[in-house]
Ligand binder design. Structure first.
Ligand SMILES: NC(=O)c1ccc[n+]([C@@H]2O[C@H](COP(=O)([O-])OP(=O)(O)OC[C@H]3O[C@@H](n4cnc5c(N)ncnc54)[C@H](O)[C@@H]3O)[C@@H](O)[C@H]2O)c1
Ligand SMILES: [Zn+2]
Ligand SMILES: [Zn+2]
Length: 344
């Protein structure tokens, strides 16, 4: 089968690999119908994901059809259309039982697909712990609607959840890339008083303005002034940082009011400095980390009920054989790309 592989630092290659086989009774083999490229794939390419294993097939955002299941798989059956979760988790360890599936202690626990084991930028993928890693897609939902459920939409859902958003809050989201927009969609579900989106890129600012006219959109230079004007207590009640550089990190705590929650979703390519003396007395609560992606069923239900629609994020489509072109466009943000769907 065709597979897009992490060859070496900076080198990805479309190549042929054998079709995966079941290795464990809890595994399933999924025939991929659609996958996508994520900023984290670029982090692998640029060497900032130390756990990534050379030779693995990339891809951790995908939907497909169950082709084969192991004897112990109960929640899905052959021919089910499914979302695949970015994270692998056993469901049994301390962290899984508490919903912290990103830290599952299994050897494949956490982000393994397309990083430590073969992923979904291919024709088929083997999914360990398929009862937890797969969710059946309701018939009324298309592949396009479900494509981001297992990764960036799970991230947005998790970020909105841990940020403890209240109806009286002014929420600031920094970064309107695909993950920032998924975060926005999930924050909207909490019905806060106001949401402000701060984004550097004019095209992306316009994307948000056009699709979500009720959102206040601002450039980084005017962010603090706007937040102060739009909030009641000298800053945002909740800040969610989804941009990922020194400037956006600094803005995240500067634009927060005292006692605010600051949630760091972004992944940085170097350590960030938390200048505690400068924020002394602000009494901020920081929340950070990798998504605990275990709410896919609830997210699918929200899509089914028309509460979340991420299809406008799919700005480009390519067949798997042209995935190199898809990467070129996504990596260099050509042609106003937001997300690419790679179709089998
Ligand atoms: N925690 C997790 O589990 C998790 C999951 C998915 C993605 N991520 C991370 O989330 C981040 C965003 O992902 P993405 O796919 O949307 O990436 P992206 O690069 O497409 O989006 C980032 C956006 O931030 C904007 N930006 C940059 N500097 C800014 C600034 N100073 N002020 C305002 N906006 C600024 C960029 O123009 C861009 O639109 C990445 O760091 C990614 O690795 C984390
Ligand atoms: Zn991802
Ligand atoms: Zn576990």
């Amino acid at each position: 089968m065709l597979a897009y592989v992490y060859k070496d630092h900076g080198v990805f290659e479309l190549t042929q690999k054998p079709k995966p086989k079941l290795l464990d009774p809890k595994d399933a083999i999924v025939k991929i119908t659609m996958n996508s490229i994520c900023t984290s794939d670029l982090h692998i390419k640029h060497g900032s994901v130390s756990k990534a294993v050379k030779g693995i097939t990339l891809g951790h955002e995908m939907v497909g059809i169950v082709e084969e299941i192991g004897d112990e798989v109960k929640n899905v059956k052959c021919n089910d259309r499914v979302t695949v979760n970015v994270e692998t988790f056993c469901g049994k360890c301390f962290f899984c039982k508490n919903g912290f599936v990103n830290n599952c202690t299994d050897k494949n626990g956490g982000w393994a697909l397309g990083c430590r084991i073969d992923g979904g930028q291919a024709e088929y993928v083997r999914v360990p712990y398929a009862d937890f890693g797969l969710n059946k897609i309701p018939n009324s939902i298309t592949d396009e609607q479900a494509l981001f459920v297992g990764d960036i939409l799970s991230t947005g859902y998790w970020a909105a959840k841990i940020s403890e958003i209240k109806k009286t809050d002014t929420v600031l989201i920094i970064g309107a890339g695909p993950t920032g927009i998924c975060t926005l969609l999930c924050a909207k579900l909490k019905n806060p008083k106001k949401i402000i989106v701060c984004e550097k890129d004019e095209t992306r600012r316009n994307f948000v303005k056009k699709l979500y006219p009720d959102i206040i959109v601002v450039e980084p230079e005017n962010c603090i002034d706007t937040v102060n004007k739009e909030s009641e207590n000298g800053g945002a009640d909740v800040v969610i940082e989804v941009a990922g550089n020194e400037d956006s990190f600094k803005l995240s705590w500067q634009s927060a009011r005292a006692n605010a929650i600051v949630t760091i979703v972004a992944l940085y390519d170097k350590p960030m400095v938390l200048p505690l003396p400068d924020m002394y007395g602000k009494n901020l609560t920081f929340k950070t980390g990798g998504v605990d992606g275990c709410d896919c069923k609830e997210i699918l239900s929200l899509i089914e009920r028309g509460k979340i629609d991420t299809t406008p994020l799919i700005t480009h489509k390519f067949p798997l054989k042209d995935i190199e072109k898809a990467y070129e466009i996504f990596e260099n943000r050509l042609d106003n790309v937001m997300k690419v769907a790679v179709v089998n």
